[in-house]
Design a protein around this ligand. Structure first.
Ligand SMILES: [Zn+2]
Length: 281
């Protein structure tokens, strides 16, 4: 799943390719906008907001896209072959004189007035990579429902925006507690570290092609995607189980020795083991 750093990278690609230039081509391959043509409009900016992308155009229009699980924005030079997937997966094309941005498998694509952006992103908590970052508010949001499992509270974009499933597992490892720990049971000294830790992880990774949380040469991640493999700190086999609200279950990894707190009785290593490569974004 794309996390805040992936979305940040996509926003930068779009910004570098399009900002300040007039569109020579616009093509939206979704029924609602099939007839919309933005050619001739200048692109003003693309900004990430949590996991949302907002591309603003002259005339007060914003293209709102969200990558969800599978989506991607790719940028190609003139004459370059497009390598982002089969043509039927293309949802949007924004072309300038020398660059073409192609949106593949975008799960959310909508045009709205720039003045109405808050309606689609206003529900987000402080953005880990945004100018509105507010560590105290982010922590207060995470702890607001003390009975809620910490992993779930970290993923909730209304609390803080930018953490996806990979960082959820890695954050809980670094905090030394399981993702099933009630947020209110997080010891105060670790709660204090939580916002800074989240921000450091995302900032350290926004310019990296492969996610890294360990600072080690041979291993990029402590627990995510490492079911049954030895914990990098204590060599206990890493475990995996689902965590979710019933509507969406996500593979969640932890070390039963390094992390204290409740955990499901039976993990399901095999189910997730090979399905999730290290970088799913
Ligand atoms: Zn361990």
């Amino acid at each position: 799943m794309p996390e805040g750093d992936t979305v940040w990278q996509a926003a930068r690609r779009l910004h570098e390719a399009l900002t300040g230039k007039a569109l020579t081509l616009s093509d939206f391959r979704v029924p609602k906008y099939a007839t919309v043509d933005l050619s001739g409009r200048r692109v003003l900016s693309t900004i990430p907001r949590g996991k949302h992308l907002l591309t603003r155009f002259e005339g007060g229009l914003t293209l709102h896209t969200h990558l969800r699980m599978e989506g991607a924005w790719k940028v190609f030079g003139t004459g370059e072959r497009w390598r982002g997937g089969p043509a039927y997966q293309i949802r949007a094309i924004l072309g300038t004189v020398d660059r073409t941005a192609v949106g593949y498998r975008l799960q959310v694509l909508e045009l709205l007035r720039t003045t109405e952006e808050e309606q689609v992103v206003g529900h987000l908590g402080p953005d880990l990579l945004g100018p509105d970052w507010d560590p105290e508010l982010a922590l207060a949001n995470v702890l607001a429902d003390p009975a809620r499992q910490l992993g779930e509270a970290l993923l909730d974009q209304r609390n803080l925006a930018g953490i996806g499933n990979v960082y959820k597992s890695e954050m809980c490892f670094l905090l030394g507690v399981t993702p099933w720990l009630p947020a209110g049971a997080l010891p105060a000294d670790r709660a204090e570290k939580l916002p800074g830790l989240a921000k450091r992880l995302l900032e350290a990774n926004r310019d990296r092609p492969v996610r890294q949380t360990t600072g080690l040469h041979r291993h990029d991640l402590f627990v995510y995607g490492r079911a049954s493999r030895p914990c990098l700190r204590c060599h206990t086999p890493v475990r995996v189980a689902d965590q979710g609200d019933g509507t969406q279950e996500r593979p969640t990894y932890w070390c039963p020795t390094c992390q204290t707190g409740p955990a499901p009785a039976a993990g399901s290593p095999q189910r997730w083991r090979d399905r999730y490569p290290r970088r799913t974004g």
